[in-house]
Design a protein around this ligand. Structure first.
Ligand code: FAD
Length: 462
């Protein structure tokens, strides 16, 4: 039995970042992880493998669609799926080994196995019970399904199965037009699959700025993705290696079916807290199965904290990381703060989509007077040269004070561009502050500046 200042359960971006910060602050720290490798959902079956497949399939798209126009002629590459999967596995391995290295460097112990909390101050891993002054639960989330839909991870898959298919499907049905469904749908669409996305709501990517939703759906349709909107999936029938998806259209209650080689169920994720023993401990939960915490990530049981996907808030790796750092700093006596108003969201399709802060719909509902500065990538020289002129940057600023309230980008490198606006928002900047900052030419970032200029006297290039 070993004794620690902190034991963290789960080594995803919440848990591993928290552990490193705890160690940096002088706390004796261990992480319990039941998987074979560190890094949680994000590194093993989430952010990292999906981005590897998005990158590889995007390269194919570029070769097929844009190379010839740039004078790069010749045979277009063909898909070696096994090699693509091994590239993905290699990327995962490099990242998970990286966390192992960081644990050694920072003297964080990895307690291998599945952990439970028999009582506050104790963590059981296998037959061993370890003592901890503080326990942090960072047990993450798992895919959720729909009634009537059984995931077998072969024909009917969650995102985890979709990242390791035996071969790319010819016909893929994606249930759910959220971030994960559209990213993985894009991968297989680029690899040649006919992709149909079935969504219950009338708009894709719920919660996103309405104008971005419309442009995004239009661009995905242009790439060949098919959408059935306002449709409630009734069930999925599997017949050996094929599946039949039945759905009802909400507008007229009519029933339809669509065939597929693979069905991806991407209807969301739910917190994973199985086996921890939370009920016996009396840890309070929310109605949605999340662990209830206060502003300092403390649960209802003294000495037990929780962070990341297992608690409320957006299920994002960087949100989990920030909570991990803040929780560690709080335990070390500091006064950390996570600003939940400035957490960016990114969709890594092509074009990318990124947002931070409020949408126009939210501002309208709140009755806030605002102005819109918008700039299309078509007016950006770099984007035009790179066949990336689709999309726009939209900045929302307070009508009176000019303070930036939100930013919504669809276009090239949107996921990187958004951070300039995040920093500006953290500093309480006005759109004019961005507009008066010199931006290098020719960069995509100039489109952000132009959108900021559009909040004032107007952009130059439109
Ligand atoms: P997790 O990463 O889920 O890690 C929890 C870990 O705890 C797991 O390894 C689990 O094995 C371990 N664990 C659980 N219970 C126990 C126990 N009792 N004992 C021992 N170990 C335990 N987010 C982004 O921000 N950007 C993206 O691009 C992105 N892409 C995604 C793509 C996909 C396909 C998926 C599924 C998710 C994606 N996400 C993305 C979401 C992101 O992965 C999660 O928000 C993030 O991983 C949450 O981190 P976490 O530390 O809370 O938990």
């Amino acid at each position: 039995m070993a004794s620690y200042d902190v034991i963290i359960i789960g080594s995803g971006p919440g848990g591993y970042v928290c552990a490193i910060r705890c160690a940096q602050l002088g706390l004796k720290t261990a992480v319990v992880e039941g998987r074979e490798t560190l890094g949680g959902t994000c590194l093993n079956v989430g952010c990292i493998p999906s981005k590897a497949l998005l990158h590889a399939s995007h390269m194919l798209h570029e070769a097929e669609h844009n190379f010839a126009a740039m004078g790069l002629k010749g045979k277009s590459p063909s898909v070696d799926w096994d090699q693509m999967l091994s590239y993905k596995e290699d990327t995962i391995g490099q990242n998970t080994k990286g966390i192992e290295f960081l644990f050694k460097k920072n003297k964080v112990d990895w307690l291998k196995g599945w952990g439970s909390i028999p009582e506050a101050g104790k963590v059981k891993v296998g037959d061993e019970v370890h003592e901890a002054k503080n326990i942090i639960i960072a047990s993450g989330s798992e895919a959720s399904s729909l009634p009537g839909v059984e995931i077998d991870e072969e024909t009917v898959v969650s995102s985890t199965g979709a990242l390791s298919l035996k071969k790319p499907p010819k016909k893929l049905v994606v249930i759910g037009a959220g971030v994960i469904g559209l990213e993985l749908g894009s991968v297989y669409q680029r690899l040649g699959a006919e992709v149909t996305v079935i969504e219950y709501l009338d708009a894709i990517t719920p919660g996103m700025d309405g104008e971005v939703q419309k442009t995004f759906q239009r661009l995905l349709k242009k790439q060949g993705m098919d959408f059935v909107m306002g449709a409630a999936v009734q069930g999925v029938e599997t017949l050996k290696t094929k599946a039949k998806v039945t759905y009802k259209l909400k507008k007229d209650d009519s029933e339809h079916t669509v065939d597929a080689d693979t069905v991806l169920v991407a209807t969301g994720r739910k917190p994973y807290t199985d086996g921890l023993g939370l009920e016996a401990l009396g840890v309070e939960m929310t109605e949605r199965g999340q662990i209830k915490t206060d502003d300092h990530y403390a649960t209802s049981v003294k000495g037990i904290y929780a962070i990341g996907d297992a608690i409320a808030g957006p299920m994002l790796a960087h949100k989990a990381e920030d909570e991990g750092m803040a929780c560690a700093e709080g335990l070390a006596g500091q006064k950390p703060h996570v600003n939940y108003d400035v957490i960016p969201g990114v969709i890594y399709t092509h074009p990318e989509v990124a947002n931070v802060g409020q949408t126009e719909e939210q501002l309208k509902e709140a009755g806030r007077a605002y102005k819109v500065g918008k700039f299309a990538f078509m007016g950006n020289g770099r984007a035009k040269a790179n066949f990336a002129g689709d999309g726009f940057v939209k900045i929302l600023a307070d009508k009176e004070t000019d303070r930036i309230l939100g930013c919504h980008i669809i276009g090239p490198a949107a996921g990187d561009l958004i951070h300039e606006v995040c920093v500006a928002m953290e500093f309480g900047a006005a759109a004019e502050d961005l507009a008066r900052t010199c931006h290098a030419h020719p960069t995509y970032s100039e489109a952000v500046r132009e959108a900021a200029l559009a909040c004032g006297d107007g952009p130059i290039h439109s």
